[in-house]
Each structure stands twice: as C-alpha cells, then as structure tokens.
Design a protein around this ligand. Structure first.
Ligand SMILES: Cc1cc2nc3c(=O)[nH]c(=O)nc-3n(C[C@H](O)[C@H](O)[C@H](O)COP(=O)(O)OP(=O)(O)OC[C@H]3O[C@@H](n4cnc5c(N)ncnc54)[C@H](O)[C@@H]3O)c2cc1C
Length: 109
C-alpha cells in the first residue's frame, strides 16, 4: 500500500530516496518518499521529473517549478516552447476485468 512507512526510524535512516547508486537512475514512485499511496507517488514522480529537468533542460525546469509553485497555470506552462504539444489522445488499455465485462456484455446480445 505504501513504499516506506512514515516514522522516526525510517526518517532517520533515510530509507526513502530519489537518488540510486546507478548513475542517472532516479526513483519516481512511492519508494522515493516516506508514506505512500497515489498522492505520494504522483508527488515523487513530479519531483523526479524536476530533478531530470534541472540537470538536462533548465528552461523546462524553471517553467515546471513555476507551475508547481502556483506562479503560472497549466495553459501558461504548456505554452512554453520547452514542452512539445500533446493532444491528450492516450487511452488506457482496458484491464482484464474490464475486458471480461465487455465480453460478457456482448455475449448476451
Ligand atoms: C490493493 C491496493 C489498494 C490501494 N488503494 C489505494 C488508495 O485507495 N489510495 C491510494 O492513494 N493508494 C492506494 N494504494 C497504493 C497505490 O496504489 C500505490 O502507492 C501507488 O500505485 C504507487 O505508485 P508507483 O507508481 O510508485 O508504483 P506502481 O503503481 O506499482 O507502478 C510501478 C509500475 O512499474 C511496473 N514495473 C515493475 N517492474 C517493472 C520492470 N522490471 N520493467 C518495467 N515495468 C515494471 C509495474 O508493472 C507498474 O506498472 C493501493 C494499493 C493496493 C495494492
């Protein structure tokens, strides 16, 4: 349910971390932070992206950091030429349970 349980012991031992011993390999999910769940995983993913931008693309880093700090809105962020346009066409593959439900729904027709 969560990467590392939040608490004194894990905080002191710095069990949660973004940097790994492998060069250029960062953690960007719930193992990167104490606590867990989707909000922590999303936060860690955003922070890991910022760390990559900081190293590789300062313009993207500055724009993204401004967005994260609430200094610009999403439209302002996406209008920055550092980001390529994305039309949001990605669709999630149905899960096995959804596929089964679709098969069952069409079988009854
Ligand atoms: C039953 C259950 C209920 C939960 N309910 C909630 C809830 O209500 N609210 C909440 O906030 N959190 C909930 N959580 C926790 C939440 O789902 C996780 O904290 C969150 O999904 C972690 O996100 P992540 O991106 O770090 O890891 P994951 O979502 O586990 O993503 C890791 C991805 O890496 C992929 N992967 C693994 N190994 C490889 C490999 N070698 N190569 C390529 N890909 C690989 C996996 O297939 C997976 O897609 C729940 C978890 C469980 C198990």
């Amino acid at each position: 349910m969560m990467g590392a349980r939040p608490g004194k012991k894990n905080m002191q031992s710095k069990v949660a971390h973004y940097q790994t011993p492998v060069k250029n390999l960062l953690l960007g999910g719930h193992w990167a932070e104490l606590g867990g769940g989707v909000p922590i995983a999303a936060k860690a993913g955003a922070n890991a992206a910022l760390m990559v931008f900081k190293k590789e693309n300062k313009t993207a880093f500055t724009a993204m950091a401004a967005y994260m700090d609430g200094k610009t809105d999403l439209a302002g962020l996406l209008s920055n030429p550092a980001f390529k346009p994305y039309n949001g066409h990605w669709k999630a593959e149905p899960t096995p349970a959804q596929k089964k439900a679709m098969r069952e729904a069409t079988a009854g027709e």
